[in-house]
Design a protein around this ligand. Structure first.
Ligand code: AMP
Length: 428
């Protein structure tokens, strides 16, 4: 009986896994250079943690279940809520700012397609404590720095604010829950439904067209901001949010980040409060969003003290696709660098000893199939192993044969100098 993978999941073979690890490593190194340290949380959480403030879009796609103790649990659909739970439970009293990064698998019951899976990976950061424009600007700049480090060329950074619209609605007396629902509809891009719902909330024709107008605003900073100010007129709270956005954009200047303003970004998660941003890799088509983030408020939802927070998450799988589409040459781990083959069983103990010594610094495979040298060599060659050490009678003189697989050249070398020679030749 053979079993297939569950729908929407993937296996990763060694070659692909090596590339994924190489990219992951680069991402981690940028996070670390910006002062972030890693945290990890469980793969499943209490259902309420996720339902508290994630938004309808995510809830519709949740994997949830009861465990044998009757507890309602859910596989995490993202990592911001779990990381903020961790913060509230264990890190609230740590010195601020707290810079946390994570890398983990997430689960959403969605219709699988290219770039959309039921199990996927997110790499992201949360900056906890500072509310300053420069802190938020730095979060955006970090996302961009990661993409630059990876060598991605075709991407677009769009910055907006859910605060502007939320405050607009709040000023009109629309409750927070309703605001979230409206933002969800905007995120889905259903403009007709939006019109209907705004009508139900009692918004006038003029108010509805102001909202529609603001959502359409994309492009360069000055044009978008002046049009937005014009549309918002006397709406104080919404204008203040626009001003906060401007301050972040001012701070972003010195980071040298290029972006478009896009006041139509709503984000599918309910916890965003102010600045939001998304990064797209246009070559990915429908599933082109490779990163999403912004400033949000969750600590108090989880019983903590309110604290300013901002962060983002990369869709790691989409980053891999975007790098491939962009033709970025990726180099994974080189694999086995040297294979040690004994000339028969009597030389096995010596071969083990030599392999163990080489493993201090090299990826070394020992022949354990008791194959004749010829067959073991053809295996090494089919795997592309660059060097082979043949262990035989020369050991009596403290020597072995070192074979260079590509040239076929073979020479006797001292066992004591083997590691040094290999390191030199393998260019490690
Ligand atoms: P979100 O948590 O919805 O803001 O998503 C953050 C990022 O995760 C998105 O920008 C996508 O790149 C990625 N993502 C979300 N859902 C999926 C999925 N089902 N499959 C692959 N990547 C996803």
């Amino acid at each position: 009986m053979r079993y297939s993978r569950p729908r929407g999941t993937r296996d990763f073979l060694p070659g692909e896994m090596a590339l994924r690890r190489a990219v992951e490593q680069k991402m981690r190194s940028v996070f670390i250079r910006y002062g972030y340290t890693e945290v990890a949380t469980p793969t499943f959480e209490h259902l309420e943690l996720i339902t508290a403030k994630s938004g309808e879009e995510i809830l519709a796609h949740l994997y949830h279940f009861k465990d044998k103790g009757g507890r309602d649990l859910a596989l995490r659909p993202e990592l911001t809520a779990p990381v903020m739970r961790l913060y509230v439970n264990q890190l609230q009293n740590s010195p601020k700012p707290l810079r946390l990064y994570y890398f983990g698998n997430c689960f959403r019951y969605e219709r699988p397609q290219a770039g959309r899976y039921r199990e996927f990976w997110q790499a992201g950061v949360e900056l906890i404590g500072p509310a300053s424009p420069e802190a938020q600007a730095e979060v955006i700049a970090l996302a961009e720095a990661v993409l630059r480090e990876l060598g991605l060329r075709n991407y677009e950074l769009h910055i907006g604010s859910v605060g502007v619209l939320r405050k607009f609605l709040a000023e009109r007396g629309v409750a927070e829950e309703e605001q979230c629902r409206i933002m969800g509809i905007i995120d889905k891009g259903d403009r007709e439904l939006l019109e209907e719902e705004l009508l139900k909330l009692g918004l006038s024709q003029e108010e509805r067209s102001t909202i529609a107008g603001v959502l359409e605003l994309t492009g360069g900073r000055d044009a978008v901001l002046s049009k937005a100010r014009e549309l918002l007129g006397e709406r104080r709270a919404a204008l203040e949010e626009l001003l906060s956005l401007e301050e972040i954009l001012d701070a972003l200047e010195s980071f040298g980040v290029k972006y478009s303003l896009n006041l139509g970004i709503a984000r599918g998660l309910d916890y965003y409060t102010g600045m939001v941003f998304e990064i797209y890799a246009p070559k990915l088509g429908a599933e082109k969003q490779i990163c999403g983030g912004g400033s949000y408020s969750l600590a108090e939802t989880f019983g903590g003290k309110p604290v300013a927070t901002s962060g983002f998450a990369f869709g790691f799988d989409r980053i891999m696709l975007a790098l491939q589409k962009d033709g970025v040459e990726l180099r994974g781990d080189e694999g086995v660098q040297v294979m040690v083959i004994p000339f028969g069983e009597e030389y096995l103990p010596k071969a083990v000893e030599i392999a163990s010594a080489l493993r201090r610094s090299l990826a070394c495979e020992l022949e354990v199939m008791r194959r004749r040298v010829k067959r073991a060599l053809s295996y090494a060659s089919s795997k592309g192993v660059p060097f082979v050490v043949l262990v035989g009678e020369e050991t009596a003189r403290g020597r072995v044969l070192l074979k260079h697989m590509r040239s076929g050249e073979q020479r006797e070398v001292e066992i004591d100098r083997l590691e040094e020679l290999l390191l030199e030749e393998a260019g490690v």
